[in-house]
Design a protein around this ligand. Structure first.
Ligand code: FES
Ligand SMILES: [Fe+2]
Length: 461
């Protein structure tokens, strides 16, 4: 509340100040219903990966809130989005069983399961049973074709937008697209992909991955090998975080990303310890086997006393060579580009990318119907593989346990329902996000409020 007692939204500059916002966005059924129109109906949202529909006729469904969308490859270089609804009497053309993540497969066209109307891959209605009964009223193709949804791709992701008047995907991504494009995510492929239903709002789930501020409280075991103080920065709709130093004199250009030295006097050992810990406790993601193996050799390849920046340089160069030998060519990123890209991005509204030079660990949370206390959560690792050696993957429902997701993610998951329950307490007075380390969270709510036409954030003083 400001001094007049009303809530107002803050500017980007004011995100550096202490702000607060109310719990309505997490708990209110009316808010959840309004999101369907004001948020999901207007934003670019990543639906799936391009690699999932390599051949003409391959399709997948993407469901969000009340909508189901068919995404289908209609030509070698063309992907189309169609609302999954028959123009006759609204039967969904493709069923997604309730316990399934989505539907996928191959179609040469669509036949409705109700009265048998047929459509081609482009959505044109090609058969209406007893069409003469309409006496020409359905002659116009526009009357009966499936309604299109805007589709575009970036980084190997398929994005959709239900708003015909939206800005382009390129403009929507803005600086996030510019800064992340050199990682060439389109050359990565799924390593694993899992999903689960949480008893929390989709924002509760995705915000757990917007900041490393929680490492000290949630992943206490990680403090042995690394420090997790972080900056958090807004780029218009989106935001990035990276590792930071509480003491600014300790800052190094390369210490903001996942490929950095760990805690300890000997960076040869600490780099390996940190990488090995990440690999073994973050479900073989957030780094690669190549990087871990190259880090393991540092102690033999470099003399004692090698300064940390030289250790990192040697490590990355030798990992790059190892990968090249097996046919995985690294993209070229300058140290400045890597520093600007930081550790992890939030692409508005619900996409999280923790990126590295040959890999990314991604999260997404979507509403579960219009229930504000439930969400569909997904996480997947993508990586560059030698051509022809990409693993075959599919969406796997995985209970939120350490043996299915690794220790670290299971620790994150243990907070979800507990935060959601807390949001409902009359003893909670509104969130108090960290002005330095959780700015991605506040920027997210600043933008969310703008879409929703609600008050948003207010300065604490
Ligand atoms: S609802 Fe599809 S053919 Fe009738
Ligand atoms: Fe975490």
């Amino acid at each position: 509340m400001d001094s007049a007692g009303s809530i107002k939204n803050v500017s980007v500059e004011e995100l550096a100040e202490a702000v607060t916002f109310p719990v309505e966005a997490y708990v209110s059924p009316e808010y959840a219903r309004a999101e369907d129109e004001k948020l999901w109906g207007r934003v670019w949202q990543h639906a799936r990966r391009v690699e999932e529909i390599p051949n003409v006729g391959d399709f997948i469904t993407y469901n969000v809130g009340r909508e189901s969308i068919i995404i289908i490859r209609t030509a070698k270089d063309k992907i189309k989005g169609l609302y999954n609804v028959c123009s006759h009497r609204a039967r969904q053309l493709i069923d997604t069983p309730p316990d399934q993540h989505s539907a996928s497969g191959f179609r040469s066209g669509f036949t409705c399961g109700f009265h048998g109307w047929r459509y081609d891959l482009n959505g044109k209605c090609t058969f209406k049973l007893d069409e003469p009964d309409w006496k020409g009223a359905l002659d116009s193709e526009e009357r009966t074709r499936l309604t299109e949804v805007k589709v575009d791709t970036w980084g190997g992701w398929i994005y959709i937008n239900m708003d015909p008047d939206s800005v382009s995907l390129k403009d929507y991504l803005g600086d996030a697209g510019r800064i992340l494009s050199p990682f060439e995510f389109e050359k990565m492929r799924y390593k694993w992909r899992q999903w689960v239903i949480f008893d929390c709002n989709w924002k509760t789930a995705i915000e757990a991955f917007m900041e490393p501020y929680h490492v000290e409280g949630t992943h206490t075991q990680m403090l042995e090998h690394g420090q997790y103080y972080a900056y958090s920065k807004a780029y218009d709709l989106h935001g990035v975080s990276g590792f930071d130093e509480r003491d600014p004199s300790l800052k190094m250009k390369q210490s903001g990303t996942i490929t950095r030295a760990g805690k300890g006097a000997d960076p040869r050992a600490s780099t390996y310890n940190l990488q090995n810990e990440i690999y073994t406790t973050v479900n073989k993601a957030s780094t690669t086997e190549t990087l871990v193996n190259a880090a393991k050799r540092l102690i033999d390849e470099l003399p004692e006393g090698t300064p940390a920046p030289d250790v990192i340089k040697h490590w990355l160069a030798s990992a790059r060579e190892d990968d090249a030998r097996r046919g995985v060519i690294w993209p070229t990123l300058t140290p400045d580009q890597q520093a600007e890209a930081g550790l992890a991005w939030s692409v508005f509204p619900n996409m999280s990318i923790l990126q590295g030079i040959t890999f990314a660990l991604c999260y997404r949370a979507r509403p579960y119907g219009d229930d504000p206390n439930k969400c569909i959560f997904e996480s997947y690792a993508i990586e560059r593989f030698p051509e022809g050696q990409e693993p075959k993957t599919e969406w796997v429902y995985a209970e939120p346990t350490a043996d299915r997701w690794g220790l670290v993610l299971s620790q994150d998951f243990s907070n979800m329902a507990a935060v959601q329950r807390g949001m409902h307490s009359r003893g909670f007075r509104g969130t108090l996000p960290n002005p330095h380390q959780e700015r991605k969270v506040t920027n997210f709510h600043r933008n969310l409020a703008n879409f929703m036409g609600t008050g948003g954030l207010s300065l604490l003083k």
